[in-house]
Design a protein around this ligand. Structure first.
Ligand code: 0X9
Ligand code: ZN
Length: 306
């Protein structure tokens, strides 16, 4: 198993995924879906319901390097989906899941390497002679280059030279696209701020079915309040947070995935804690439980859907 009392290296996360693949080979399949600029593997675990042609939910974390709890919480959800499978609610056992705990391993390891780079956000692609890195969550095709993105390689929100220029983006797009329309939920975990956000992110307009996304988001927030005693706010990304184009959630929505959400996990302002990206490890499991409630609520919405 994996312990949830600390933030792990990419190697440890991948060893855990290999362990799950070996131990639960009857319903788990490990897949390598790409390679990063620094040569690390991009990995997903496919968790099958055991039934043919089931609907699926995509779950990822760690697209932003410094947002450590996102990957840790996704790993917690992954452990529940595999090691605690017999305890899962009925609606969750009826679906398949695609889980990618670490979207940006190069960036993540860079933030672990030394204090001075702890707040790195982007990947580590050598995009210009002056600066490295593309913001992978500005690199997706839908609305690419719009509000909240930068064309300058040295900025934190650098969108990259062209849509889907990055290996991380390509890996997600290629893998997820071949699993659409099966994939009906797309949950991408970030931190911080305690938000459940739905499209659109690129502009302050709403998808036609925004009332469904708002309703399901609010049910999840209510459950988190009951289980974890913290408040999450629900709304569209551009309206609640800020307009930012080229995000993975907008891409998924544009491809027809109904329940596409970006979740900003705990912090700041949790009891007794520090601010911002330094979420203490004691908050990993509580954050994992928040994430689990969102996954469960979206699973229920998909299963109950006509
Ligand atoms: O700006 C982002 O990429 C996300 N916030 S974060 O502080 N974790 O960087 C929010 C993304 C919301 N979705 C879109 N704008 N599409
Ligand atoms: Zn983020």
């Amino acid at each position: 198993g994996l312990t949830f009392d600390r933030y792990h290296s990419v190697d440890t996360m991948y060893q855990y995924m290999e362990y799950l693949n070996r131990t639960y080979s009857d319903f788990v399949k490990l897949e390598d879906i790409g390679t990063t600029a620094e040569g690390r593997t991009l990995r997903v675990l496919y968790i099958s319901s055991g039934q043919p042609n089931r609907k699926a939910i995509w779950i990822d974390g760690g697209i932003h390097a410094r947002e450590w709890v996102a990957s840790a919480a996704v790993l917690w959800v992954l452990s529940e989906l595999t090691e605690k499978r017999e305890r899962l609610p009925e609606e969750m056992r009826e679906l398949d899941f695609v889980v990618m705990p670490m979207v940006n391993p190069d960036g993540y390891e860079y933030t672990r390497a030394r204090r001075s780079t702890r707040l790195w956000r982007k990947n580590r692609a050598p995009v210009s002679s002056a600066c490295a890195g593309v913001d992978v969550n500005r690199n997706f095709e839908h609305g690419w280059g719009g509000h909240g993105t930068s064309g300058e390689a040295c900025r934190d929100t650098y969108r990259g030279p062209r849509p889907a220029s990055e290996r991380e983006t390509q890996a997600i797009v290629n893998y997820a696209a071949k699993n659409i329309p099966k994939i009906q939920g797309f949950l991408t975990f970030h931190c911080y701020g305690q938000y459940i956000l739905y499209p659109w992110g690129y502009d302050k307009i709403l998808p036609e079915d925004h009332a469904d996304l708002q309703r399901v988001g609010e049910i999840a927030a209510q459950r988190i309040k009951e289980v974890g005693d913290v408040n999450y706010t629900v709304g569209s990304s551009a309206n609640l947070l800020y307009p930012a184009a080229g995000g993975s959630d907008d891409w998924a929505k544009s491809k027809g995935v109904k329940y596409a959400y970006t979740v900003e996990l705990r912090g700041p302002g949790y009891p007794g804690g520090l601010n911002s990206f330094f979420l203490p490890p004691e908050q990993i499991i509580p954050s994992g439980r928040d994430a689990f409630e969102i996954v469960r609520t979206v699973a229920e919405a998909i299963v109950l859907q006509p």
